[in-house]
Write a protein that binds this ligand. Structure first.
Ligand SMILES: NC(=O)c1ccc[n+]([C@@H]2O[C@H](COP(=O)([O-])OP(=O)(O)OC[C@H]3O[C@@H](n4cnc5c(N)ncnc54)[C@H](O)[C@@H]3O)[C@@H](O)[C@H]2O)c1
Ligand SMILES: CCCCC/C=C\C=C\[C@H](O)C/C=C\C/C=C\CCCC(=O)O
Length: 290
C-alpha cells in the first residue's frame, strides 16, 4: 500500500509498537517532485467494476490489474520516475505528498519525546502529538477531531494502545478492547464513504494471545481474542455496506517493548505474579522480536 499524502492516527504512539508504526509510515511517501504541479484527481475507485479474474480481491488488486502490474505498489512514487506509460499511470495515482502522523497517548512526556525524535528524522510538521487517554470517550473523540482539523483529512487509524494488567483487569478491558471498538467506530464515522468520508484503513492490534490461550494472562488474552472477533465482524459489515474502509488486525508474538516489563511487577500480574518465570520461559521458547 502506498501512503503518499495519507494522514494516520496511531493510539499508544508514544513508544513501542505504536511509535514504530509512526516511524514506518513517516519513512514512506515521497515529496512532490520539483517542477511538477499536482496530478489530476483519481477517479472514484470503489465504483469501478473489477476486471475479470480480480473479483473479490479489492480495489487495489483491480487497479494493479488494470495497470498491468501484479507485484504490489511501486516502491518509489511514479511521479518522480521517468514514466514509460504516463497516460496509464499518472491519472490513477494521487499526488506524491509525504505521509503525516498523529501520535495519541496518555503519556505526555514519552509522547513529546517521540514527537521531537521523529521531527529530527522527518520534517517537524509531519507529526503531531495529542495527549489522550483512549478510555475517555470525550478525549478520544476530541483527538480525532483535532487530527482532521490539523491535517485536513484522515486515512489510516491504528488502534494500538494497550496494557498488560491482570490485577486491574477491568481497566485492561477498557483500554485493550472497549477503546479499540470506540476507535474503530470513530474511524468509520470519519472515513466511511456512507458518512461522506473518502474511505481508508483501520488496523487493530491484537496479539498471538488473541489466537491461543495464555494461562497466566487470562484477561489480556480475552481482550485480544475480542479484538480479533470484533475486527473480523466489523470488516464483514464494512464490506457489505461498502464503507470503503479496509479493517485488519495484527497478531504479533513477543516484541521487545516496555510492556514486557509488566511481567516483573506485582501491580500488573496480581495473583499470577509467582508465574513470571514460566512466562519468561515462554518468551524464550517463542523468541522476542525487535
Ligand atoms: N510487545 C509485545 O510483545 C506485544 C505483542 C503483541 C501485541 N502487543 C500489543 O501491541 C500494542 C502496543 O504495545 P507495546 O508493546 O508497544 O507496549 P508499550 O507499553 O510499549 O506501549 C503501549 C503504549 O500505549 C499507551 N497507552 C496505554 N494505555 C493508554 C490509554 N489508556 N490511553 C492512551 N494511551 C495508552 C502507553 O502509554 C504506551 O505508550 C498493545 O496493544 C499490545 O497489547 C504487544
Ligand atoms: C503470556 C502473555 C504474557 C504477557 C506479557 C506481556 C505482554 C505481552 C503481550 C504480547 O501480546 C504477548 C504475545 C504473545 C503471547 C502469546 C501466547 C502465550 C501463550 C503461549 C503458550 O502457552 O504456549
Amino acid at each position: 500500500m502506498h501512503v503518499n499524502g495519507k494522514v494516520a492516527l496511531v493510539t499508544g504512539g508514544a513508544q513501542g509498537i505504536g511509535r514504530a508504526f509512526a516511524q514506518a509510515l513517516l519513512g514512506k511517501g515521497a515529496k512532490v517532485s520539483p517542477g511538477r504541479g499536482p496530478l489530476p484527481s483519481p477517479p472514484p475507485p470503489a465504483r469501478l467494476a473489477p476486471p475479470a479474474g480480480t473479483r473479490g480481491r479489492g480495489v487495489a488488486a483491480a487497479r494493479r490489474a488494470r495497470l498491468g502490474g501484479g507485484a504490489g505498489p511501486p516502491a518509489v512514487c511514479p511521479a518522480v520516475l521517468p514514466s514509460v506509460r504516463p497516460a496509464l499511470i499518472l491519472p490513477s495515482l494521487p499526488p506524491c505528498l509525504p505521509a503525516q502522523v498523529a501520535l495519541l497517548d496518555r503519556n505526555s512526556e514519552a509522547g513529546q519525546e517521540s514527537k521531537a525524535a521523529l521531527a529530527e528524522q522527518f520534517e517537524a510538521q509531519r507529526t503531531l502529538f495529542i495527549q489522550c487517554d483512549v478510555t475517555d470517550q470525550e478525549q478520544l473523540k476530541g483527538a480525532f477531531k483535532k487530527v482532521i482539523e490539523h491535517f485536513g483529512r484522515l486515512d489510516i487509524v491504528v488502534n494500538n494502545a494497550g496494557v498488560n494488567n491482570e490485577k486491574d483487569w477491568e481497566s485492561t478491558i477498557q483500554i485493550n478492547l472497549t477503546s479499540v471498538i470506540r476507535g474503530t467506530y470513530l474511524g468509520l464515522e470519519y472515513m466511511g464513504k456512507g458518512n461522506g468520508g473518502n474511505g481508508g484503513v483501520i488496523i487493530n492490534i491484537s496479539s498471538l494471545a488473541g489466537l491461543m490461550p495464555a494461562a497466566f494472562q487470562p484477561v489480556y488474552c480475552a481482550t485480544k481474542h475480542g479484538v480479533i472477533g470484533f475486527t473480523r465482524s466489523i470488516a464483514l459489515a464494512a464490506n457489505i455496506e461498502n464503507y470503503g474502509v479496509r479493517l485488519n488486525t495484527i497478531c504479533p508474538g513477543f516484541v521487545n517493548t516496555p510492556i514486557l516489563q509488566s511481567i516483573d511487577k506485582e501491580e500488573n500480574m496480581g495473583q499470577y505474579y509467582s508465574y513470571k518465570d514460566e512466562i519468561k520461559n515462554m518468551m524464550q521458547f517463542y523468541g522476542v522480536m525487535e
